[in-house]
Design a protein around this ligand. Structure first.
Ligand code: FES
Ligand code: FE2
Length: 423
């Protein structure tokens, strides 16, 4: 349960809001590199943290992320001509470079120096892991570039995608650090009473706060078979990482030991880009195309599952194509796609859940811890301090892990090496 005012502090992300200012202290994913495929390609509209922006790739390949509206008479620069290292507004021809400088003002007298006085808001960008990242905060607070292990993994060992989710970002994050729901919402074979998460549906949670967020484990006691431990990382402000031993039977390989996760980036208060990544835990095991395709499909975002604009075909307009017969006989939800199951539950609850009406139990310990850390980050930013987790040194080598340990082995010891990166 959360006080209504704290719920608002945590969920609203526009400029000047408490959480909005926290997000503006970290680098965040803005676009997939493939969305701006080549120099001088068409500009695209972007909306992030409640701000309307336009992105373009200039003649030198640099990405500009600017206020979407021309400072002259405020029309959309989306209509602009992307040419010769700048985007030119098609209303009166004013032109801006990637840093937001007005570099041409052809409808004013040539002797005028007005153009030197005009600048448009621009946010810095850089590209890594197939993602265009941006930083939308005060320039003098800009931290070093993000350095998650998955960014350093080679392209052959990694896959990144994004999908649209129609609800507040915190609903997504809270699903991502909620290990107990996987025994229910993601039970895709209700007949299999031996599945690890079915055998032990009430994990014991242990949360360890760190300089970047927390490391937490859901410990499922399997009796003589040991403890099934799912160890997660929560990296401030909005990233989850977990381990996965993915068995894959149809191809050339049996196993892809992997680490997967998400970053929930607010588009605005009521919609979110969910960034999905998975990378190989083992330098010697690159992914195959077939594996990536099967994995993305399993999670509900294969090529056949998507509409244009990175949206899911299974969405609120068609009740996610729930099949009640499948729900009766085969899967817990009757909805196909692991992350589609999450979206169904999170998107339809409310655009922003009223957390003052919740009843949290012990299985929600990680969610409670994340809220504490986020409220602490809000206070830090309000007091002019750096929030937790802006320094990449704190998290650059951490990863999640999924493993069965002998009874009596402490997971922090037993998984120490597994939770340390190799790239
Ligand atoms: S509105 Fe853009 S140049 Fe006039
Ligand atoms: Fe989930």
């Amino acid at each position: 349960m959360l006080k209504p005012e704290d719920n608002e502090r945590l969920t609203c992300v526009g400029p000047g809001t408490p959480m909005g200012e926290v997000f503006r202290r970290y680098w965040i994913p803005a676009l997939l590199t493939e969305e701006l495929p080549e120099p001088d390609c068409p500009p695209i509209r972007v909306r992030l943290l409640g701000e309307n922006l336009v992105a373009f790739r200039d003649s030198n390949g640099k990405v500009g992320l600017l206020d979407r509206y021309c400072p002259h008479r405020r029309v959309e620069l989306f209509w602009g001509r992307n040419e010769e290292c700048g985007i030119r507004c098609v209303y009166h021809g004013w032109k801006f470079d990637v840093d937001g400088n007005c570099v041409d003002m052809p409808n004013e007298p040539s002797e005028s120096n007005f153009k030197h006085k005009v600048k448009i808001t621009s946010y810095p960008t850089f590209e890594a892991a197939g993602i265009i990242w941006t930083y939308m905060g005060p320039p003098d607070e800009m931290p070093s570039k993000p350095d998650y292990e998955w960014i350093r993994a080679p392209e052959t060992h990694r896959h990144v995608s994004k999908t649209f989710e129609g609800c507040n970002w915190l609903q997504g994050l809270e699903g991502g650090i909620d290990t107990s729901h996987s025994s229910f919402a993601h039970n895709n074979n209700i007949a299999d009473k031996n599945a690890l998460r079915t055998r032990a549906p009430s994990p014991k949670l242990e949360v360890i706060k760190t300089d970047y967020g927390f490391n937490y484990a859901g410990i499922r006691n399997l009796g003589n078979d040991g403890n099934y431990v799912r160890a997660y990382q929560y990296i401030m402000p909005a990233q989850q990482m977990r381990g996965a031993m993915i068995k894959w039977k149809d191809g050339s390989r049996e196993e892809f030991p992997s680490i997967a996760g998400h970053i929930w980036v607010p588009i605005d208060d009521e919609s979110t880009w969910v960034w999905n990544f998975i990378y190989s835990a083992d330098k010697l095991i690159p992914f195959t195309k077939e594996f990536v395709l099967e994995h993305e499909t399993q999670f509900g975002r294969g090529p056949d599952d998507l509409l244009p604009g990175y949206r899911l075909k299974r969405n609120p307009s068609n009740d996610y194509l729930i099949d009640r017969e499948v729900q009766r006989t085969r899967t817990f939800t009757g909805i196909e796609g692991i992350n589609t199951q999450d979206y169904a539950l999170q998107e339809t609850a409310a655009p922003i859940i009223d957390r003052s009406k919740e009843r949290l139990g012990t299985a929600d310990a990680a969610i409670i811890a994340a809220r504490h850390l986020l409220l602490e980050a809000i206070k830090d930013v309000e007091a002019g301090r750096k929030p937790r987790g802006v320094d990449p040194a704190a998290y650059r080598n951490v990863r999640g892990c999924d493993k069965i340990l002998s009874l009596g082995v402490d997971w922090k010891e037993g998984m120490k090496e597994d939770m340390c990166g190799c790239y």
